[in-house]
Design a protein around this ligand. Structure first.
Ligand SMILES: C[S@@+](CC[C@H](N)C(=O)[O-])C[C@H]1O[C@@H](n2cnc3c(N)ncnc32)[C@H](O)[C@@H]1O
Length: 216
């Protein structure tokens, strides 16, 4: 396994973060994962980008979806794979930076035969502006008309709020800019909202955008 192109600073940061919290106890899924699960129309191939410890990938897999979780942090992916094994959950995990040119092929771009969802929670704000373009281009290459792109991220309005995890790399995102880029990659907005209350965690109540896109 290799952390490919993820910058050494960020890769090292996330490796230490996930190594410190590694446990095979099944983590609770995010509220966003529960919301998206309700939107899926039957068994779906779910590709989670920036899966962290796999909390949401494991949830989708445990609910009958065919899941691959991707993360640039080796320790995050190791934790996710160990939890899957400990709980008998069938899911695949792979280490890759979002901008690795080999990633589309590793994810089987162009080979999906049924519905596919690209899912990314708290990932868009954890990557650079250039990586956001790579992310959307990858999502476009993986999906076919009717497929889903589901994202939740911290917006520019979250910049000043208290953070439980204050040291994470964050780039607060403007929803209008993100949506315009997604449209440029062949997606249309099927649902978009923003506000507080979507991702409350202790004293941190992030101001989030929650968006679903359909591939046209
Ligand atoms: C804030 S965490 C979100 C984790 C998980 N989605 C969740 O909601 O709990 C962001 C994740 O993105 C990963 N990441 C950051 N930059 C990345 C990149 N360029 N390529 C792949 N993964 C990256 C980090 O390793 C980390 O696991």
């Amino acid at each position: 396994m290799t952390s490919a192109d993820l910058s050494p600073d960020r890769s090292g940061y996330w490796n230490e973060y996930y190594a410190a919290s590694a446990a095979t106890k099944l983590p609770l899924p995010s509220q966003f994962a529960a919301f998206v699960a309700g939107e899926l129309q039957g068994p779906t191939r779910v590709i989670e980008l920036g899966c962290g410890n796999g909390r949401d990938s494991l949830f989708f897999a445990a609910n009958g979806h065919d899941v691959t979780g991707v993360d640039g942090s080796e320790s995050a992916v190791a934790a996710a794979a160990a939890t899957a094994e400990a709980h008998g959950i069938r899911a695949s995990f792979l280490v890759s930076s979002i901008d690795d040119p080999a990633l589309p092929e590793r994810l089987g771009a162009g080979t999906a035969t049924g519905p596919l969802a690209v899912y990314a929670r708290f990932f868009v704000h954890a990557i650079t502006d250039r990586e956001e373009e790579d992310f959307l281009s990858l999502a476009a290459g993986l999906t076919s008309p009717g497929d889903l792109l589901a994202v939740e991220y911290r917006t520019v309005r979250d910049q000043t709020g208290a953070k439980v995890t204050g040291t994470h790399y964050r780039r607060f995102v403007a929803p209008a800019t993100f949506q315009a880029r997604a449209l440029g990659q062949g997606f249309e907005v099927s649902y978009a909202t923003e506000g507080f209350g979507f991702a409350k965690y202790r004293q941190d109540d992030a101001y989030c955008a929650r968006e679903l896109f359909t591939r046209v």
